[in-house]
Write a protein that binds this ligand. Sequence first.
Ligand code: NAI
Ligand code: MG
Length: 333
Amino acid sequence: MKTITVFKGDGIGPEICDATLQILKAAKAPLAFECFEVGEAEYERNGKLIPDEAYASFEKNRILLKAPITTPIGKGFKSLNVTLRNKYDLYANIRPAKSNTAVKTPFPDVDIVTFRENTEDLYVGVEEKIDENTVHATKIITRKASERIIRDAFQYAVDHGRKKVTCVHKANILKMSDGMFLDIFHEIAKEFPTIASDDKIVDNVCMQLVMRPETFDIMVMPNLYGDIVSDLTSGLIGGLGLLPSCNLGSDYAMFEAVHGSAPDIAGKHIANPTAILWSACMMLEYLGEDACAANIRQAVDAVLQEAKVLTPDLHGTSTTEEYRDAIIAHLQA
Ligand code: NAI
Ligand code: MG
């Protein structure tokens, strides 16, 4: 039995998180949960977006299942997501987008894994007001951070029988920063002679992803492009409700849906919990509980395939809880 930390999040966070925990229990996942309220409501109550006990629990358990948290736009709030990624050096953000035969899209053959560098680039959040009409933002790219994310992408390709890694960049304009990322990519590619490699400029990648997504395999890129391009890949497979992720460092691992707290549908019980549920499956696989993850994946596939109980983002009329119960019924059948 492994104990994990759970952050329930804001907006749709608690709804999709509760559904996921109930499905994990129904699947007899060998897990114990330490659950924490985090985010805006917690801030109103105790003046902290993440309470100290929640941090302490993650530091003890080293594994976090995290629901989305709202980042208020404006001054004074650093994104909690960026904070967590930096505090625990969760440098590799891995986002697998795979078509599901049950979800009708124009793209039946998408199977793309995005490796997003998670600790630097423009997301260091260093902005400086030069005068009333001028602001500078700092983009940081280091050899250390670039090497480790690029090497992880190639190693993943080897471990998972994949064929190609594509470096996504803008080195034609950002010659020094993205230029160095690209040079390091070419260096590391030589260490992996069995894996094909190429590189593409990020705007061209966006066009090609919506024209020929089946030609992409593994992609690796700096932080900002990874944030944007991975949302694009979620659109190819049927939307944000279907894109899971893990954030890995050397000591800690955090599993979460790619999407945010969806304030527009919060409290309506129509959010799709699949992305966070599949993130929980990635967590089970990370823990070596492959059989349990496979059972859950099969139950989800069956419910999607039957297409009777689907949330509105997948053109259904069911609630989060009805969808959860349909998955649980399959697990118990
Ligand atoms: P969002 O991802 O929350 O929502 C974008 C659109 O997708 C909305 O129309 C929403 O209803 C829909 N959507 C998202 N997840 C869905 C689901 N599971 N089922 C059905 N529909 C879903 O992005 P938005 O609106 O830009 O951000 C809202 C808040 O979330 C912001 O405060 C932002 O900072 C935060 N955020 C947090 C993240 C995290 O905690 N990892 C990641 C991204 C955003
Ligand atoms: Mg994002």
